[in-house]
Structures are given as structure tokens and as C-alpha cells.
Write a protein that binds this ligand. Structure first.
Ligand SMILES: C[S@@+](CC[C@H](N)C(=O)[O-])C[C@H]1O[C@@H](n2cnc3c(N)ncnc32)[C@H](O)[C@@H]1O
Length: 268
């Protein structure tokens, strides 16, 4: 189920403090694998022009630039851009303040457009999809990584919570991991991802990444195991997630332009 929250508003003030990365192994393994996968997908064409939409501090754009691609990041928050430039002033990646829904580039400017962990923050994800199609070259690709709030981990978390409620056990005062965060405008899941294409883009590939992320007993088990065993377990579940995006923690979708998308751009 995809639920639009009540506030489809632009968030211009995202702060580096809004996301505190977890030190636990399930999170650490997922962050690393996701970032590596997105960089690989972005740099498949040597020397490509790559746009990272809602790039945060631009760390991905900077890795992409270091691989010899022309990397540009756009980002709504001036703070995030500032932190990124301060962290890596020597990077050749360009970062601009702009909105995903209105990209300041000519038609056909990029071979790859990527968007990692951000689409559910956008006020209008469909407007972003149209813009991404417009700025892609005719044979370009858009790659989106989105958290899945209907994966096995979230469903299990809800089930455990419902059982605890029935037993009248106290609830923690903080947001539970399977609840939609306040700064999200939509809740990501597989039907939502599949609905994104519109007339201009067609879904070429959709894979899952990681399983049981943030589910308490699993996080505890990974932290308790010797490192090699923890890594092996994480990778086994990740392999299982790949062909089951509906159950995975992250959904990675790759999009290409439709004939209609290509014609619109060349005619316009
Ligand atoms: C969870 S962070 C992810 C950042 C980065 N992609 C990463 O993976 O580290 C979400 C980012 O989306 C940005 N954002 C939210 N709405 C936006 C919009 N409409 N246009 C551009 N950026 C936006 C926020 O400022 C924030 O930096």
C-alpha cells in the first residue's frame, strides 16, 4: 500500500543532523553495499555525464567524478551542499542548489541520472520523473534507490508491535523504523515504484537489496556474530532479496526512456 502523507511540501532545510547513521552492522553493510551499487550503475559508461539528484553532501557525485565521469549533484538544502564542499573541497563534482522537480539543465544532458534515498522526500515525485526523462540522453538510464516500507522487515516490525499492543506492553516514544518519517511525502514500496514511470519512462530492471534491516532480533544477531559470519549472513539474505524486491529493504529500479519520452524531447 502506498500512502501519501498530509504534507506534500518542499523541504529546503534538510540538515546533516536529520540523519544519524547507525553504527550497527545491518545498517553499515547496507549503506556500503547501496553506495557501491549506485556508483557502479552510474559509471557503467566510461566518461559519462552523471546527475545525482538530491545528492545530500554529494559524496556519491564525488566518487563518480573520481572515476573520470562528469558528475553534477543537485540538492535543495544549502547546508548539505556546504558540508559536502567543506568535506571534499578538491572534488571535481559540481553541486548546485536546485529542486528535483525542476532541473536546471537542457534536454538530453546526461547519460545517467541517479537518485539515492531521496525520492520519498520530494513534494512531487512524478514531476521529478518527467524532469529526469527530459534531461536524459535518448539511450540514458535513470537509477532510483528507495527504502521499502512494505518489505519483510517492516511487516514483521508491525506484526510484533501489534502483538505488543494486544498484550498492553508500553510503546517507545520515538518513531518506529517501519513508520513513515515526518520528512517523507510518500511511503515507498514496490507498487509505488512501479507506478512512477508515466509516459516518458519504462521500468527496465527492478532488484531488491538487503533483508530484515532494523528488525531488532536480526540486528542483534549480526552484531553478536563473528564478523565473517555476520558478513556471510548479510550477503546470503541480500542475494535472496535481489529477485524479491517486494520483500527487500531497498528497491533499486532502472528506467529508460520510452519512444514517447524520446519524441517529446527531440520535438521540444
Ligand atoms: C535522505 S537524504 C539523501 C541524500 C543523498 N542522496 C544520500 O544518499 O546520502 C534526502 C535529501 O533529499 C533532499 N531533498 C528533499 N527534497 C528535495 C527536492 N525537492 N529537490 C532536491 N533535493 C531534495 C534533502 O535536502 C536531502 O539532502
Amino acid at each position: 500500500m502506498t500512502t501519501a502523507t498530509t504534507k506534500p511540501a518542499f523541504d529546503l532545510d534538510y540538515s546533516i543532523d536529520d540523519f544519524v547513521p547507525s553504527e550497527r552492522r545491518d545498517s553499515q553493510y547496507l549503506y556500503r553495499a547501496l553506495e557501491d551499487a549506485m556508483v557502479e550503475l552510474a559509471t557503467g559508461v566510461p566518461g559519462a555525464r552523471v546527475l545525482d539528484v538530491a545528492c545530500g553532501t554529494g559524496k556519491q557525485a564525488m566518487r563518480i567524478a573520481a572515476r573520470g565521469c562528469t558528475a553534477v549533484g543537485i540538492e535543495a538544502s544549502a547546508e548539505m551542499i556546504g558540508v559536502g564542499r567543506w568535506l571534499q573541497p578538491q572534488s571535481e563534482a559540481r553541486m548546485l542548489r536546485s529542486l528535483a522537480e525542476s532541473l536546471p539543465f537542457a534536454d538530453g544532458s546526461f547519460e545517467r541520472v541517479i537518485c539515492q534515498g531521496s525520492l520519498d522526500h520530494f513534494a512531487d515525485p512524478h514531476a521529478f520523473m518527467r524532469e529526469a526523462a527530459r534531461v536524459l540522453t535518448p539511450d540514458g538510464r535513470l537509477v532510483i534507490a528507495l527504502a521499502n516500507f512494505e518489505g519483510l522487515s517492516c511487516r514483521l516490525g508491525r506484526l510484533v508491535d501489534a502483538t505488543k499492543r494486544r498484550l498492553q506492553r508500553p510503546r517507545p516514544p520515538w518513531r518506529l523504523y517501519w513508520e513513515t518519517p515526518e520528512d517523507h511525502n510518500v511511503r515507498g514500496d514496490l507498487p509505488f515504484v512501479r507506478s512512477l514511470g508515466g509516459d516518458a519512462l519504462v521500468l527496465e530492471r527492478c532488484v531488491g537489496m538487503s533483508m530484515f534491516w532494523l528488525f531488532g532480533p536480526y540486528s542483534g544477531l549480526l552484531d553478536a556474530l563473528p564478523e565473517r559470519a555476520a558478513g556471510a549472513l548479510w550477503r546470503a539474505l541480500d542475494r535472496a532479496a535481489r529477485s524479491r524486491p517486494q520483500h527487500a529493504d531497498m528497491i533499486i529500479s532502472t528506467w529508460r526512456r520510452t519512444e514517447a519520452g524520446t519524441c517529446q524531447t527531440t520535438a521540444g
